[in-house]
Every structure is written in structure tokens, then in C-alpha cells.
Design a protein around this ligand. Structure first.
Ligand code: BGN
Length: 369
């Protein structure tokens, strides 16, 4: 029989104490390293717009691709830092609470007023107005785990004031809805005829490269401001048309097939319908084509009640009408599987992470003669 002396117990106690001290030091070191990474990341609030687009609108493709490569590296480094930041903040969230956010967010306000954009608000510098939004227009609730990972796709060109107002207004609402979201501004490069379908498909593909587990996509016209935060930016069972009642249309849905304005779709549905058609050059028709795709694939279009799906449309100059849109629309059903995500041709010229949005610049190529 082994007999333990008093001395043995003292040794054992000493060993336990020193192991505990070692463990505490390791935890401290990990914490310090984590904080220093976070501090460094915070210094990178934005990177400037690409020379490719702003200063040098050249068509020389070699020059562009060299600059694009250099620029991509710089952007990528910053993106990696932002990912580390996001990763740690996710861990912090988990530590705070393991619970999912409640199904109905508790702080919704209902009908909202539209506020003027403050004079000192800028979307290219680090904004002091939406301090909980992280680099790239990214947000996760602080006290609970979001139930939805949402990408807001904003096809865009040439409407700076409107984009400013949209970002100022929309971030607050999405935070109150307790979503894990990121706003992507997808800008068509150069002064070519607008092709919203190519821009949205390109954007969808690029988002899946950046955030592969995004499952909900909301295609959002930049000129629409939501005026009731009970209209949830999530993706239920079927595609959901969210902009039912717009002030410009006297809060009345113009026709039952309309899915333009704001449309929420699950990733698998966007893939199933092969995204948007790429054949609409200029204003109009691509959304009606999307409706035909949704119905052909045996999906339905849901709508929230018009009493909460309310929007204000900001005034803007109109895009050039597409005179061929009716003819293209006639062949919508026959093109579903051959025209869309699976054959879209575009070039991503630049990616920039601003405080309030991730900015893609997309070249849609030439309109066929
Ligand atoms: C429709 C447009 C849509 C647009 C809505 C609302 C067409 C196709 C020919 C019928 N459709 O008329 O693209 O979203 O108006 O403005 O032009």
C-alpha cells in the first residue's frame, strides 16, 4: 500500500498552482495578440478608388490588367485583415451569448421618417454615423447570433447623392432587423449602355467568392428607401417581392407580375432560375424576365402586406429606355437555361472595401450590334 506523506501533497499542490499560472499566461498572450490585430485592422478604414476607373479611363486592357493585379493584391490584403476582424468579432459574439436572435427583432420601430443626410456625412470616409458597421458595409448583431446571412446587391451607376442617401438610411434599419448583412454596391464601369442583369449576375458570383455561406440575396434599386422596418430583409420559402407600395406609384402595385425594385431570393433559387437574363441593354424588362423565370421553375412570388412594404422613391434622372425590351421579353421562357448566370461575361475591374459598403466595379463588355 502506498503511503502519501504531507510533503507529497505540498508538491502536488505546487504543480497544480504552476500549471494554472502557465495556462493564465497563455490565455493572456492570446488576448493581447488578438487585441493588437483588431487595432491594426481598425486603422484600415478604406482604400482609395482605383486609378483604373477614376483617373485613367483607358481601354488598354494590358495596362488595366496590370493595374488591376497590383490593386487586387492591395485590396486582398486589406480584405484578409477585415476577415480576421470579423472572425474575432464573431467569436466575441458567441462568447456573449450562444442564443439565436429572437424570430421577431425586439427593437423594430414600424413606420419610419426619412431624414435628410447630414452635411458632414460621407460614404467614402470612415463614417461616424454607423459606428457598429464594419469595413465593407458588414454587420452582425452584438448580443445574439443572426438567423440570416444576407447580401444586399445594389446595381449602380452615376447617382452619387442617391447612393449616399440610400446608405445613410438603410444601414440603421438592417441593424434593427438583427441581420448578418453586407451591402454590395455593384457599379457598371465606363459609359456604356446599362445592363442590370450582367451587373447583378457578376455581383452574385463575386459575393459567393468573398462570403461563400451567404444564403439570402436582396436585389435592391438604389433609389428606393424603405419606410417601415417591419418589412424584413430575409429570404423565406419563395422569392419575395419587397417593394409592393412605392410612393411614386401611389402605394399601389402597378401589375401583379412586377418583381422590380426590391426582390429577395434564396441562393438556391437564384441558381435554379439561372440568375437574370443578360440580354436587356438599357432600362426595363429584365425584372419581368425574372418573373417568367421564377414561374417557369415552379416557384411563387410572395409579397409582404402593402401596409408595411412601403418605400419612398428618390428623384433621379432616368436611364436610357431599351427599345428592344418587348421583343426580348417574348422569348423569356425559351432562354432560361442558356442565358444568365451560366454564360454571363464580365470583368471585375476593382474591389474596394469602404466603411459602409463593398464596392465592385464591373465591366459588362460591349452591347452586341
Ligand atoms: C415596367 C417595366 C419594368 C419596370 C416596371 C416599373 C418593361 C417591359 C415591357 C413591358 N417593364 O413597364 O422593367 O420595373 O415597369 O417601373 O418595360
Amino acid at each position: 500500500m502506498i503511503i502519501y506523506h504531507r510533503q507529497d501533497y505540498i508538491y502536488l499542490l505546487c504543480i497544480i498552482c504552476s500549471s494554472l499560472m502557465l495556462l493564465t499566461s497563455i490565455i493572456n498572450i492570446i488576448y493581447i495578440v488578438q487585441r493588437s490585430i483588431l487595432n491594426k485592422t481598425n486603422q484600415y478604414t478604406q482604400i482609395s478608388m482605383s486609378n483604373i476607373y477614376l483617373n485613367n479611363r483607358t481601354n488598354n486592357s494590358e495596362e488595366i490588367s496590370q493595374k488591376q493585379n497590383d490593386y487586387f493584391e492591395e485590396t486582398y490584403k486589406i480584405f484578409m485583415k477585415s476577415s480576421i476582424h470579423n472572425y474575432f468579432s464573431r467569436i466575441e459574439n458567441r462568447n456573449l451569448s450562444l442564443n439565436y436572435c429572437p424570430p421577431i427583432p425586439p427593437n423594430l420601430q414600424g413606420a419610419l421618417r426619412i431624414h435628410e443626410v447630414p452635411k458632414n456625412f460621407s460614404i467614402t470616409t470612415n463614417s461616424s454615423y454607423h459606428i457598429d458597421v464594419q469595413l465593407g458595409g458588414f454587420y452582425q448583431p452584438i448580443n445574439c447570433l443572426a438567423r440570416h446571412k444576407v447580401a444586399i446587391i445594389v446595381p449602380y451607376r452615376d447617382r452619387w447623392d442617391i447612393l449616399t442617401h440610400f446608405l445613410f438610411h438603410t444601414h440603421e434599419i438592417l441593424q434593427r432587423q438583427q441581420l448578418d448583412y453586407r451591402i454590395y454596391v455593384c457599379e457598371q464601369a465606363f459609359n456604356k449602355t446599362f445592363n442590370k442583369g450582367i451587373v447583378m449576375n457578376g455581383c452574385f458570383k463575386e459575393i459567393l467568392k468573398l462570403e461563400p455561406n451567404t444564403h439570402c440575396f436582396i436585389m435592391h434599386d438604389v433609389d428606393l428607401l424603405l419606410t417601415d422596418d417591419r418589412n424584413m430583409y430575409t429570404c423565406p420559402r419563395y422569392p419575395r417581392h419587397l417593394s409592393v407600395a412605392i410612393d411614386k406609384f401611389h402605394f399601389y402595385l402597378p401589375y401583379a407580375q412586377l418583381v422590380g425594385g426590391v426582390l429577395a431570393m434564396r441562393r438556391e433559387h437564384y441558381l435554379l432560375v439561372n440568375g437574370y437574363s443578360t440580354n436587356y441593354w438599357g432600362w426595363g424588362g429584365e425584372d419581368d424576365d425574372m418573373h417568367a423565370r421564377i414561374i417557369s421553375k415552379n416557384l411563387k412570388v410572395e409579397r409582404p402586406p402593402a401596409s408595411i412594404a412601403r418605400y419612398k422613391m428618390l428623384k433621379h434622372t432616368h436611364q436610357k429606355l431599351n427599345p428592344a425590351r418587348m421583343n426580348v421579353l417574348r422569348t423569356a421562357r425559351s432562354r432560361i437555361d442558356s442565358d444568365g448566370l451560366n454564360n454571363v461575361k464580365y470583368k471585375l475591374l476593382n474591389t474596394t472595401f469602404y466603411h459602409l459598403y463593398t464596392h465592385f466595379i464591373i465591366d459588362v463588355g460591349e452591347q452586341p450590334k
